[in-house]
Ligand binder design. Structure first.
Ligand SMILES: Cc1cc2nc3c(=O)[nH]c(=O)nc-3n(C[C@H](O)[C@H](O)[C@H](O)COP(=O)(O)OP(=O)(O)OC[C@H]3O[C@@H](n4cnc5c(N)ncnc54)[C@H](O)[C@@H]3O)c2cc1C
Length: 495
């Protein structure tokens, strides 16, 4: 265990405010700690992190003039978490928007990169007339897509439906296979046949219910936006809504750490893999229960509250006491997908394709060995020297888990082959690195919200235990930050 901050042994210090263990030093845990310290003048926080570094999935590296994001590369700004955290730690001025020049995305069609129709956002065609000219769909596919405006809404909306079921029902099979599966499925690295629409994109259900059609709802929204003088957000994944700190997301982690280090009430314990949690109550039942947190080679520590930010399968492993058996079982029901990112650097002139977009998504029906390629240095300035490009190619996910059984060298090789075949790469990258994410992406399968409600019910039975992270109410950074804050608020409310 490596400890920095004030003395941590609870019995060696005079107790003042609530003592809180934050388990996991990713962005969720750091956000929870930041909220606790900023809102409770007495709280003491110990952050326990299994590895030697904080930040979890967020990892930014610099080298040879490139700024390389090895994990997430940006966050959406229509949810408050990311922006607000930057503001609170003094990084608001560092946030940069995506480069308007390349704000478009490509989709593979018969082995060739094609533009995603302008205005097509996830599954909402904001400019239906642009559908008429796209080479991505056949004439029959286009007619079927546009017929959506006249398809009756489903009744019995209480039932959860898969993303695939919804898109097939409203827009037809082609739109699902050639556009929505790669665009939406790619965000969650998921199988759209299993993905819960209610848990991932509930606004499309609202659109159907309120306007009778996604197309009609989108056009109405567009008219309202125009009325408010708001700009068009491009095609693909609403790229105009994304932002990142100028020096990469690692600077957000550094900013939060620096902010936390300014407080004497925070203790950082890296290299501390927590191995178990036990809830203890006073024998006469008068005092609030407390929590014993165990880690190898150090004595147990006692806390009033625990904020557990690990992926649900890891959280379940810590809850190995008999009293948690139902909760641990429910946590294990949330499945996770694994993926790898192959980060490569190149000269722009080494591609036949101009790479004049933010990236390329690859439909499953194209039968390739990659899910998507992000042209990262086209999204944000300062990621690559002039005349060069930084790519991040995604492999695996829920639909191609077998590809991750290959060695790093094999993955690198087939990614290079795909880049050559699809984008005309004609020289080896100057740098190549494989970063694996083992069971890192929670899968919001049909029934997810009911599963999470059950987890909440069961965890509420254990006062002082607070679950947070990307497994519950949103997979992105702003959702993770918000879930850390919510857990901290629950500590302060004493639930
Ligand atoms: C490949 C990939 C790309 C992504 N891209 C984006 C993106 O571009 N934009 C976006 O908004 N979101 C993105 N996300 C999602 C985003 O990364 C997550 O929402 C967020 O990072 C989750 O943070 P976390 O703190 O909950 O989890 P993590 O970052 O996983 O942190 C958990 C921490 O717990 C530690 N830990 C594990 N076990 C123990 C233990 N027993 N004891 C103590 N500590 C332990 C881990 O070492 C880790 O540091 C991406 C996710 C992945 C996997």
């Amino acid at each position: 265990m490596t400890t920095t901050g004030p003395e941590t042994r609870s019995h060696q210090r005079e107790r003042k405010g609530r003592r809180v263990a934050v388990i996991g030093g990713g962005i969720t845990g750091l956000s929870a700690a930041q909220r606790l310290i900023s809102t409770d003048p007495m709280a003491e926080v110990v952050i326990l992190e299994s590895t030697e570094r904080f930040g979890g999935i967020i990892r930014t590296e610099h080298g040879h003039g490139f700024l390389m994001e090895l994990g997430p590369d940006s966050f959406i700004t229509n949810k408050p978490g990311g922006i607000q955290l930057c503001e609170e730690v003094g990084l608001a001025d560092e946030l940069i928007p995506t480069d308007a020049e390349f704000r478009r995305s490509l989709v593979l069609r018969n082995g060739k990169p094609r533009l995603v129709p302008e205005g097509f956002m996830l599954m909402a065609p904001a400019k239906p007339w642009k559908i008429a000219t796209t080479p991505v769909l056949s004439v029959a596919g286009k007619i079927r897509l546009l017929r959506e405006a006249f398809i009756r809404p489903k009744t019995g909306e209480e039932e959860d439906e898969s993303l695939a079921g919804f898109v097939r029902r409203r827009f037809g099979r082609q739109t699902l296979e050639r556009l929505v599966q790669p665009l939406v499925g790619g965000i969650y690295t998921s199988d759209p046949e299993k993905l819960s629409l209610k848990a991932t994109l509930p606004r499309f259900i609202d659109m159907e219910q309120q306007y009778g059609s996604v197309i009609r709802a989108t056009l109405a929204e567009q008219r309202q936006k125009k009325g408010r003088g708001e700009a068009d957000s491009g095609s693909g994944a609403r790229y105009g809504l994304f932002a990142a700190p100028r020096n990469g997301l690692g600077s957000l982690v550094d900013g939060v750490l620096e902010w936390l280090r300014g407080s004497e009430r925070v203790c950082f314990c890296s290299n501390t893999p927590v191995s178990g949690l036990t809830q203890t109550s006073a024998e006469d039942g008068t005092a609030a229960p407390s929590w014993a947190v165990s880690a190898p080679d150090v004595p147990d520590e006692i806390f009033d509250d625990v904020i557990l930010t690990l992926s649900t399968h890891k959280a379940a492993d810590l809850l190995n006491d008999e009293s948690f058996s139902e909760l641990a079982q429910s946590l294990r029901e949330i499945e996770y997908a694994s993926s790898a990112i192959v980060v490569t650097t190149h000269k722009l002139s080494d591609f036949r394709h101009s790479l004049d977009a933010f990236g390329l998504v690859v439909p499953a029906i194209e039968n390739r060995r990659i899910l998507a390629v992000s042209f990262t240095s086209r999204k944000f300035p300062g990621r690559a020297p002039a005349g060069h490009v930084l790519l991040r190619t995604f492999v695996g996910g829920a639909m191609q888990p077998e590809l991750l059984e290959h060695s790093d060298a094999e993955i690198t090789q087939f990614v290079h082959q795909e880049l050559s075949a699809i984008l005309g790469m004609n020289a080896a990258p100057s740098f190549s690195q494989v970063v694996r994410y083992q069971r890192a992406m929670p899968q919001y399968h049909v029934g997810h919200l009911a599963r999470v409600a059950e987890i909440e019910r069961l965890s509420d039975e254990h006062r002082g235990l607070h679950l947070a992270g990307s497994a519950y109410f949103g997979v992105g950074l702003p959702d993770s930050i918000a879930s850390g804050w919510l857990a901290a608020d629950r500590v302060l409310q004493g639930v």
